[in-house]
Design a protein around this ligand. Structure first.
Ligand SMILES: Nc1ncnc2c1ncn2[C@@H]1O[C@H](COP(=O)(O)OP(=O)(O)OP(=O)(O)O)[C@@H](O)[C@H]1O
Length: 299
């Protein structure tokens, strides 16, 4: 076990930003923290990093209280973006690496590798302020792990990146995991969490609605998403037993079933020996589960 958050609460006067939060991140895994604006993600990160005190509860890394561990084990990309505007890209990376106790010699290979990996070679000698916002973000991101931390926290790392750079980042996160880094990140974009994480925590107003494996969460809902291409009307589909909602897609219907057991009867009644163009039963996407869990009038 690497990081254990046990019954952690953060109060600001009489407002509770994080409420008895518990989850565990195993060594070498990628863990996603998701929740709407104000759910308490950044507050949680700041408590893990000991930038903010917990009101109650404990946080340990490898069994040691987080405020007693060597800070150089940690890496952090904060939500606020910012690097030294007048400093050259490569100098910036050396600066942050040296700040975390690495020598220039140790850093050289890493700096060269990540500059190339994030396609910043032609910007190496450029002042940070002359870079586009996305490129500045990539520099800040590299700076967060240039010292090869054991545990890396990335607050909304995907926001503001174009699709090509998002893919670069996904690749980099997986590569860091392969090298043994434990990674915790937040994202509003569920597909990123779905692609990268085996485990996650879903926060709503500081309260954990779920913490555990993504597959187990999906299994709680079962295979209740039915995609059909048919000539039948929406009303006919809605009237079938076990159908909760019918969403009309571009050239297909997406049905939400009360239980996957209803799928067979729907199949039999719709197609009845006819040609089947599309009939697929799937788990809900994380995005759909998220909306179901946090949705409703209290959002
Ligand atoms: N210093 C503070 N004093 C009072 N309330 C605070 C303070 N810092 C954060 N909060 C409140 O705590 C709650 C959680 O904030 P936090 O920044 O952790 O949310 P978040 O999940 O990171 O949101 P976002 O996705 O918008 O970044 C918010 O309601 C916020 O207003």
């Amino acid at each position: 076990m690497a990081l254990v958050i046990n019954e952690v609460t953060k109060r600001y006067q009489d407002f509770t930003a994080v409420d008895h939060l518990s989850f565990t991140i195993e060594k070498g895994e990628i863990f996603g923290l998701i929740g709407q604006n104000g759910a308490g993600k950044t507050t949680t990160f700041r408590m893990i990093l000991d930038l903010q005190e917990t009101t109650e509860g404990t946080i340990t890394w490898d069994g040691t209280n987080i405020n007693n561990i060597n800070r150089d084990l940690l890496g952090y990309l904060p939500e606020e973006r910012g690097i030294f505007p007048a400093m050259k890209v490569e100098d910036q990376l050396y600066f942050f690496g040296e700040l975390r106790g690495k020598s220039r010699k140790e850093l050289k290979k890493e700096v060269d590798y990540w500059i190339d990996r994030f396609e910043l070679e032609d910007k190496r000698k450029a002042k940070a302020e002359t870079l586009s916002k996305g490129n500045q973000q990539k520099v800040q991101l590299i700076a967060s792990f240039i010292h090869q931390p054991a545990f890396l926290i990335l607050d909304e790392p995907f926001s503001g990146l174009d699709p090509v750079n998002k893919d670069l980042l996904k690749g980099a996160i997986l590569e860091l995991k392969d090298k043994g880094t434990t990674i915790l990140f937040s994202s509003h974009q569920m597909e990123n969490v779905e692609e990268l994480c085996d485990h996650l925590c879903l926060l709503k107003r500081g309260v954990s609605l779920y913490a555990g494996s993504l597959l187990d969460l999906k299994k709680q809902y079962g295979k209740t998403k039915l995609t059909i291409r048919t000539e039948l009307s929406k009303e006919t589909l809605e009237s079938m037993e076990g159908v909760k909602y019918v969403h009309v897609g571009k050239d297909q219907y997406i049905l939400t079933l009360a239980d996957e057991k209803y799928a067979q009867a729907i199949f039999d009644s719709i197609f009845d020996g006819k040609y089947i163009e599309k009939f697929s039963l799937d788990y809900l996407s994380l995005d759909e589960i998220f909306k179901d869990k946090v949705g409703g009038k209290n959002v």
